[in-house]
Design a binder for this molecule. Structure first.
Ligand SMILES: C[SH](C)CC(=O)O
Length: 267
């Protein structure tokens, strides 16, 4: 049937991202839930996934990737999520801000801002699109902060400036969404007078780094489901400051030119 055609057209491969991510765990679960025998979930990174997508899209080749919202790829390409009737990818979630224990006492101004930091998916997409259009992440974030002075003022009004040159370490995983959000947080912390450092790590070391106090904060906790394993492991050792964004989505994503609608069709 048509589904075997789809499987053959992509060599029964799904192009994934970094292996520890919750998205990859959900994709592996989908392969089980939909009995996708003989399918391979290709491990890599967010960057490798978008490079493979770009290559296939330019030549209108079939491809299936693990995808998420917010993401610039939905602006750049005409894509669609495959329906997930068995719910392997869960529902819409939030991205939480997680700080190390003691941050409020040590860096009260940074903590106060981090506790207030919250924005819309459309805001994050604006930054992601600037980066996708070639801007350096730091410059894209600085420009967005300049363009959204009113929102930034809400995040920072009444907060005392940082002690001169006070360092603060932000951990993040190089997902396009978190490259955008972490750079915006860095930009605002710099406006408050901090000397922010960004530590790019894999998801495990990101959580361990906050729990161990090696990093001060991160804005990359997709909850309640996607980062559940890490949250459950470290929740007693970190400070969950709540959601900074809501309305996410995870799933399998294909170019609209592919004649497939549901994960059910892949068998
Ligand atoms: C790449 S984002 C969906 C977060 C994650 O998968 O853990």
């Amino acid at each position: 049937g048509g589904s075997s055609g789809v499987a053959q057209s992509v060599n029964s491969r799904i192009i994934g991202i970094d292996p520890g991510s919750g998205l990859m765990k959900a994709a592996a679960q989908a392969i089980k839930d939909y009995d996708l025998a003989g399918w391979t979930l290709v491990e890599g990174s967010g960057t490798a996934m978008t490079a493979a997508l770009d290559k296939a899209y330019r030549s209108k080749e079939p491809i299936i990737v693990t995808g998420w919202t917010p993401h610039w790829m939905f602006i750049k390409y005409d894509l669609k999520y495959l329906d997930d009737p068995r719910g392997s990818f869960g529902g819409s979630e939030e991205i939480h801000t997680i700080a190390r224990k003691g941050l409020q006492a040590d860096l009260p101004s940074a903590y106060a801002f981090l506790d207030r930091f919250a924005w819309q998916a459309s805001d994050m997409e604006e930054v992601m699109n600037k980066i996708a259009d070639g801007a350096q992440p730091k410059d894209a974030a600085d420009a967005w902060v300049q363009e959204h002075a009113d929102l930034v003022a809400k995040w920072t009004e009444g907060i005392a400036p940082a002690p001169k040159g006070q360092k603060i370490k932000l951990a993040f995983v190089a997902w396009d969404s978190e490259i955008a959000s972490t750079n915006v947080v860095r930009s605002v912390l710099a406006k408050l007078g901090y000397s922010p450092e960004m530590l790019q790590v894999e998801i495990g070391p990101m959580w361990a780094g906050i729990a161990g106090g090696d990093a001060d904060a991160m804005v990359a906790a997709w909850l309640p489901t996607t980062s559940k394993d890490y949250y459950d492991k470290y929740k007693g050792q970190v400070d969950d400051l709540g959601a900074n964004l809501s309305g996410t989505k995870l799933g399998l994503v294909v170019p609209s030119y592919m004649d497939v609608q549901s994960i059910e069709d892949l068998k």
